[in-house]
Ligand binder design. Sequence first.
Ligand SMILES: *Cc1c(COP(=O)(O)O)cnc(C)c1O
Length: 390
Amino acid sequence: MTADGFSQGVLRTLRQVLPADHSISMHEPSFAGNEWAYVKECLDTGWVSSVGAFVDRLEADLANFTGVKRAIAVVNGTAALHICLILAGVEAGDEVLIPALTFVATANAVSYCGGVPHFVDSELHTLGVDPKRLAVYLTETAEVRDSGCYNRHTGRRIKAVVPMHTFGHPVDLDELAAVCRQFRLELIEDAAESLGSYYKGSHTGNIGRLAALSFNGNKIVTTGGGGAILTNDEALAARAKHLTTTAKVPHRWEFNHDRIGYNYRLPNLNAALGCAQLEQLPGFLANKRRLAQSYAAAFAGAEGIRFISEPGFARSNYWLNALLLDEEHSGQRDALLALTNDGGVMTRPAWNLMHRLPMFAGCPRMELPVAESLERRLINIPSSARLAEG
Ligand SMILES: *Cc1c(COP(=O)(O)O)cnc(C)c1O
């Protein structure tokens, strides 16, 4: 088979699954529910800003949906991660273990705390942090003392691990939690991509001490921009609310603030959108699962490429679908990206690995063979919920 024939075969297979539209994007939001009504209610009542009934309702609905005790709505997922890290005790000079294969927000949030991202490798099936290899690496690299876990090479404290549930596929959280206990690390989940994803029956965000969600425009539900902090710890939830509300001490008229806080609250307008979106989440999840099943079936017999399915222990939201080229075909990735995008089917490679970005090039990292291989071979394909409808 020629290189061209390979790319054309993949495009034909994608076209079998997708509707006959002229142009198909990666992920578009759908506003077929109560979005108009709820946003109108904000405008009619004047409650558009940082306080309002939809904020309270969104937080309650999120807690209800995820089974996590408390949710705190914030302006975006990056801000949620920032606050999670502060509350987990990450301080200036601390290292935080994060996957090299992630969106830049995970690394940025560590930097906002004055922390140093420390990059770890991925596992081939979950695409996320590999707990077994992390344990081996930490045994060589880290030393556990009374005051915590320390990097033998840099002398810095390693405070936390932030696994990311890539494209909605959960990492092996039980195994990772065991590594965290062994090395005295805080576990914070970057669940920005995994609203609606379950690990062994429990929603992602339940096992970490804290977790971050994102409601950016391309996520499974959107508030325009937005995010949330999840935690099962009531005291942490109260601190999260305080810290994201400029650390204002509640009072009828006094402006008293007891520390440097952040104005990270989600406006009621955005929360209104979120409430309407959450009502439709079960439908989005069903459609996305159907689309993923169609892709899996269509690519089942394909040569040189496979569809990435959820790990055995998980039920994934299939937020973004992905194909993985065999190593022998990785050289054809760019030709395939060009042909599909020219042909009206949007495809994208995975993110550049974090240690390749100039601001993170000097950060510590373990060997990253799997992340580097995934970076060469991964292709995201159209994933909007509506694509399963027709
Ligand atoms: C989207 C995303 C974020 C942050 O989201 P914003 O709401 O855009 O700030 C963080 N981490 C990952 C992995 C994401 O995909």
